[in-house]
Design a protein around this ligand. Sequence first.
Ligand SMILES: Nc1ncnc2c1ncn2[C@@H]1O[C@H](COP(=O)(O)OP(=O)(O)O)[C@@H](O)[C@H]1O
Ligand SMILES: [Mg+2]
Length: 136
Amino acid sequence: MSTHLPTPEATQAWGRALAATLQPGDVIALCGQLGAGKTHATMGLVAGLGSQAAVTSPTFTLVHEYRDGRLPVFHFDFYRMEHPEEVLGLGWDEILDEPGIVIVEWADRFPTLLPPHTRWFDLTAEPDGSRQVSER
Ligand SMILES: Nc1ncnc2c1ncn2[C@@H]1O[C@H](COP(=O)(O)OP(=O)(O)O)[C@@H](O)[C@H]1O
Ligand SMILES: [Mg+2]
């Protein structure tokens, strides 16, 4: 089933609604082209978990941590990573063991790193500029 997201605010609202369902240890994989709305969805997820943080893409710093909400959030973006070893070097295994939420933009670059219980979402842009999101 896919959800229509007419505006950036709708993308964030979708993330907030998803956040309400999350439990410690959950992993969210966000896939889609550049500009599809992955970071906006993450903004909603982080806000929905109660953090006040201003979410930005961790494209350059590789992982962002938000610890001021009801659960800690670890936000990755695999876009600029060349090898899975780079992800492992950021403490990936330890982070997966933490009772928090892991969100990964471009997770499909290294799908084998994601644990079996990961929830996978695809974001796509429509010809009219709106977006769609669907769970795999
Ligand atoms: N549902 C939507 N409809 C129209 N524009 C959107 C929507 N969701 C996000 N955007 C816009 O798309 C652009 C890229 O969003 P971003 O979340 O940074 O994408 P990504 O992280 O996938 O590259 C932003 O300008 C944002 O405002
Ligand atoms: Mg992004």
